[in-house]
Design a protein around this ligand. Structure first.
Ligand code: SF4
Length: 317
């Protein structure tokens, strides 16, 4: 087992709200570029966001960066083994703190994520709605009740694995389950699938974005988003009005991009080699010219990096 607290913390942050298959590649990239917490703390935020590009939920990257700075500045070179210390870090809640402390140090700590909630709700027949204070109390009490005195990290990871591989949301594999004899709903597929009880999802909000992409001499004009929100600090194209100049526009290319609670409908207009320029003119207000071949050094929203730049590169050849 890798007991490097930094690597364990990194993987826990990356794997929140991310599939393991996708998260693994990012975990490897981060460890390669920032092998220690000091390396991550010293990196410019822009570089961290750039490496995070495509994972979404960019606040996780901002918090990870600030947490690394807090650790290097305030922990005096010693890892803390106490959940309360980890919960002082930006973006670190009870789950992450408990997971890191138990896995890295075998601290007496529970780690209740979605998979563990499902397992506990079924074993102990917890019927409170997930997300309510009652449910949280019931899950925490159940998790503490079965926490062993030693090897808490292995125990917590085993519970997570049980949830992800055996006690699945649909058709749990009770015949393969090592705790079937203790479970309130074992071999009762309908009763098991009804747990945990979940709130109805909030309706997905639709958002319309109009982007104008200027391309000159292998550069694109992008601006850094300062507005609060999921893309704060990332680079995006300006709106069409941002540059008063005589441009013939092509497009729009339209496409949609789904986020967890939003569906974006993006119209992309583009103009290239404006006026046959052979030098870079001043960019639209608030923008800078970013060389296309250096785009990986800038944090771009996923739909921009995946769809738009692919299109741009295609257009340039
Ligand atoms: S017996 Fe079935 S429902 Fe119960 S914990 Fe195991 S897999 Fe889940």
């Amino acid at each position: 087992m890798d007991r490097n607290p930094y690597a364990i913390f990194l993987s826990e942050v990356i794997l929140q709200q991310t599939r393991v298959a996708q998260g693994n590649a990012y975990f490897v990239k981060f460890l390669e570029k920032y092998p220690t917490v000091e390396d991550l703390a010293a990196a410019p935020l822009d570089s961290v966001l750039a490496l995070w590009s495509g994972l979404g939920y960019y606040n996780r990257a901002r918090n990870l960066h600030r947490a690394a700075q807090h650790i290097t500045q305030n922990w005096g070179g010693h890892w803390r083994e106490d959940v309360a210390d980890w919960m002082q870090l930006p973006g670190v809640g009870p789950y992450t703190a408990g997971a890191v402390c138990s896995i890295a140090f075998d601290t007496q700590a529970i780690a209740v994520d979605g998979n563990v909630e499902r397992v506990l709700s079924r074993i102990f027949h917890v019927t409170h709605t997930v997300g309510t204070a009652e449910a949280q109390r019931a899950f925490n009490a159940a998790a503490w009740a079965i926490l062993p005195p030693k090897r808490t990290g292995q125990h917590n990871q085993a519970l997570m694995e049980l949830g992800s591989l055996i006690c699945t949301p649909r058709q749990p594999k009770c015949a393969e389950c090592p705790v079937a004899s203790l479970c309130a709903v074992s071999f009762q597929p309908n009763a098991a699938e009804a747990l945990p009880v979940k709130k109805k999802n909030a309706p997905v909000k639709e958002v319309i974005l109009e982007w104008a992409l200027y391309s000159i001499l292998g550069h694109v004009a992008l601006r850094k988003r300062t507005e609060k929100g999921i893309w704060q600090g990332l680079y995006e194209p300006p709106s069409r009005e941002a540059w008063e100049t005589d441009i013939s526009w092509t497009g729009p290319n339209t496409f949609s991009h789904a986020l967890s609670h939003r569906k974006l409908f993006i119209s992309l207009y583009w103009a290239r080699n404006i006026g046959g320029a052979n030098h870079l003119p001043p960019p639209p207000e608030g923008c800078q010219w970013i060389p296309l071949d250096k785009r990986d050094e800038f944090g771009l929203p996923a739909p921009l990096s995946k769809a738009i730049l692919k299109k741009m590169i295609y257009l340039m050849h």
